[in-house]
Write a protein that binds this ligand. Sequence first.
Ligand SMILES: [Zn+2]
Length: 228
Amino acid sequence: MPHINLHGRDISYEIEYRPRRRHPAIQITETGQVRVLLPAEWPTPDAERILQDKATWVLRHLAIVGPMPPAVWENGQPVYWLGHCYRLAWDPALKRPSVVLDEEYCRVGGPADAMKFTIKGWMRQEAQVYLPRRLGEWAEHLALAPSRVKVGEYKTRWGYCRSDGLIALNWRLMQAPQSIMDYVIVHELIHLRHLHHQPSFWQSVAEVLPDYQARRQALREWEPVLKW
Ligand SMILES: [Zn+2]
């Protein structure tokens, strides 16, 4: 069975020719098998491109039908930062555990078998500065003032707002495109006005981000990439 690397995960798939189809499609069976359905005249290598184009969709659906294998942390795998994809490269020239992003690579120093740990530590540290600053910009723009901002790791939430005005943000948002991060930030800031998800809350969100529904959907699609 052919394999493909989708966002760092090794996925096996099968190709089926369906002479009556006019367009290719991807199917995921109840057991989690990925199938690419190709019209009769379609070239087989195109299946890879079709899967790459729908990578987040495939990963999302696999997460629903069964647990995904843990991400492999080795050279060449994708690392996401502010929505950009970098290739992971262990760099022995970096003497201590550290991370350097250049145009194409996420270069990591320190022990090669601790790259995941090193990257996570670096991302969390960067998030402590970046997320509160970004939230501060939005707060000023919206004339809203949280009592406190904290950045942490939360298993099931991207952020939350407490009735005492504290806003918490998940460091994993640093991997997502700015537009998705901004949606979470605005969502939590609007909770300072509406501490619920009634229509009045969503109306306020829509006044700030008219395309918030598309951003919310994009966040769902990014989830398999952000969580590891
Ligand atoms: Zn909410």
